[in-house]
Design a protein around this ligand. Structure first.
Ligand SMILES: [Zn+2]
Length: 295
């Protein structure tokens, strides 16, 4: 038998967008059962007991506790465990019934995790829904949405401006709904409209660049021309812009979806650098104003 591959619960529940498909043939069967079912009093079914997430009602990061799976009884769980461990044949039929076929019959799986601050208030709960078709599992539902969960981390970009925040939010929102190329458009806008063009405008206003130089250069060259005014991470990693650009013109949906997390993080690093710069300038001005007041 082939070696069974391990399941990354956190990735599936809290990172992968809706409608991500997982081929079940080679996954670790016990881990799969633990993703789909939870029974606190059964050792075989209580591996995925907690998740660390953000409660959108409490507005706090917290550790959520799993509720017992309600759509299955003890006997059914034991039967599944049997299926996970062995194949059983139909008499007169060579067909083998596997665990995956049992799961396909059950079709829909719901996991519910409760907020420890309000365990009996469902409004605080995080809910995940999966469907099994053939040998594929699909994440078909999640609430609160991944976009709601990641909004909190994006709020700090309001310090730069509301437009950056809302465009980054939109990029993340599209990506969490499985839209790859569309999410790239917003990431590219952030780099072009909010980072590079303002820097170029300043350089032209200061007489350090001419409009002619600008109009002759493509975007990559513009980044070079404005390098002293731009976040170092962007200048050092020209790939950020070239992949975004390639994504819009050449990559397919799945490639864009696959590259989104790394590009999003790269852009957050660029934006973090902008925030640091802005805050440093503010602090420097404050202190130098105070120094000037000393006689
Ligand atoms: Zn809560």
């Amino acid at each position: 038998m082939n070696k069974e591959s391990s399941i990354n619960y956190e990735q599936i529940l809290l990172k992968d967008p809706l409608f991500t498909e997982y081929i079940l043939n080679d996954v670790d069967r016990m881990e799969l059962l633990n993703l789909l079912f939870y029974a606190d009093d059964k050792d075989a079914y209580n591996n995925l007991k907690i998740i660390d997430s953000y409660c959108t009602i409490c507005k706090k990061h917290t550790t959520f506790n799993s509720e017992d799976s309600s759509q299955i009884d003890q006997q059914e769980l034991s039967d599944l465990l049997m299926s996970a461990g062995m194949y059983s044949g139909f008499p007169g039929d060579e067909r083998k019934i596997t665990l995956i076929e049992e799961l396909e019959k059950k079709c829909i799986f719901i996991r519910k995790f409760n907020c420890p601050r309000k365990p009996n208030d469902s409004a605080h709960s995080q809910i995940f829904v999966f469907r099994v078709i053939g040998t594929t599992m699909i994440k078909i539902g999640q609430h609160p949405t991944l976009a709601d969960l990641s909004k909190e981390g994006l709020k700090k970009y309001r310090k730069l401006n509301d437009e950056i925040y809302s465009e980054l939010n939109r990029a993340v929102g599209l990506s969490t709904h499985g839209i790859g190329i569309g999410s790239f458009v917003y990431l590219r806008r952030i780099i072009e409209k909010h980072i590079v063009y303002p820097a170029i405008k300043e350089l032209v206003a200061d007489g350090k660049l001419t409009n002619e130089q600008i109009s002759k250069s493509d975007f990559k060259e513009k980044i070079k021309l404005a390098k002293d005014k731009l976040p170092a991470f962007l200048v050092e990693n020209g790939k950020i812009y070239s992949v975004l650009s390639k994504g819009i013109h050449e990559l397919d949906e799945d490639e864009c979806k696959g590259y989104f997390p790394i590009l999003r993080t790269a852009i957050e690093i660029v934006l973090d650098e902008q925030i640091d710069k802005k805050e440093r300038a503010k602090k420097n001005k404050l202190i130098s104003d105070q120094l000037n007041k000393i006689n």
